[in-house]
Design a protein around this ligand. Structure first.
Ligand code: Z5A
Length: 217
């Protein structure tokens, strides 16, 4: 049965490095939320709106050698459009937003990966996004293993996927540092396990959060 509530919905994000298995886990999280009566709005970043998808194409096209600040601002341009036109209205309706990446990705990729100051990203988050996810699930995976999975999947590598391994090591280290600094919000899931175990652990972390959230805590 659908939950009826005057309360705003929850914002739940899924993060991880290359090949961590986000796409695989997202479907299971959505099913779990719906089974518990949540109306779910799915988003992805960069993208998630018509304008954001156009920005995504520009960002991932290897033909464009974006400098780090341009890359950061394009990520936030896409996010601003998504937050104002999709995320905030959905949360205000009481829907649960399931986000395939959110601002943590900018801290990890543009902050850790590109070396841009975390203070700048935090200021953009404060002004443009005005919100932190209520729950973030971080699929954590050894970089070499993630890159091997992504390569096995095949297809051409996009501009960011073409980065060197040390870039992805810095991305992972930043994600892990953020999780260690905010364990109440960010739950780390061991993504090196078989898919079923990753899904089980991600859904268990989601259930723990929902048990608190639905009680109004
Ligand atoms: N980016 C950024 O820089 N700054 C930002 O602020 C934001 C994003 C928001 C696009 O994001 C790029 O934008 C991304 C970060 C950057 N760049 N990179 N790299 P994206 O999320 O759209 O793209 P992605 O990270 O490359 O996601 P993906 O390709 O969809 O990967 P995934 O969803 O994590 O993996 P998957 O497709 O579910 O799984 C990969 C393969 O592994 C696949 O063949 C699976 O069958 C397999 N797999 C999955 N799980 C397992 C397990 N447990 N065992 C074995 N094999 C598995």
């Amino acid at each position: 049965m659908e939950r009826t509530s005057a309360r705003r919905g929850a914002l739940i994000s899924l993060e991880g490095g290359e090949g961590a298995g986000k796409t695989t886990v997202l479907g299971a999280l959505r099913a779990r939320l719906e089974a518990r009566g949540h109306r779910v709005v799915g988003t992805r970043e960069p993208g998630g709106t018509p304008a954001g998808e156009a920005i995504r194409a520009l960002l991932l096209d290897p033909a464009h050698p974006w400098v780090p600040h341009a890359e950061l601002l394009l990520m936030f341009a896409s996010r601003a459009q998504l937050v104002d036109t999709l995320v905030e209205p959905a949360l205000a309706r009481g829907d649960t937003v399931l986000a395939d990446r959110f601002t943590d990705a900018s801290f990890a990729y543009q902050g850790g990966g590109r070396g841009l100051p975390a203070g700048l990203i935090a200021e953009l988050e404060r002004v443009v996004v005005r919100r932190t996810p209520d729950l973030t699930l971080l699929l954590d995976l050894d970089v070499a293993q993630g890159l091997a999975r992504a390569r096995a999947r095949g297809g051409p590598a996009d501009r960011i996927e073409q980065e060197r391994e040390d870039f992805f090591e810095r991305v992972r280290a930043t994600y892990r540092a953020r999780a260690a600094a905010d364990p109440a919000r960010i739950a780390v899931v061991d993504a090196a396990q078989p898919v079923e175990a990753v899904v089980r652990d991600a859904c268990a972390a989601l259930d723990r959060f929902l048990d608190r959230w639905e009680r109004g805590a």
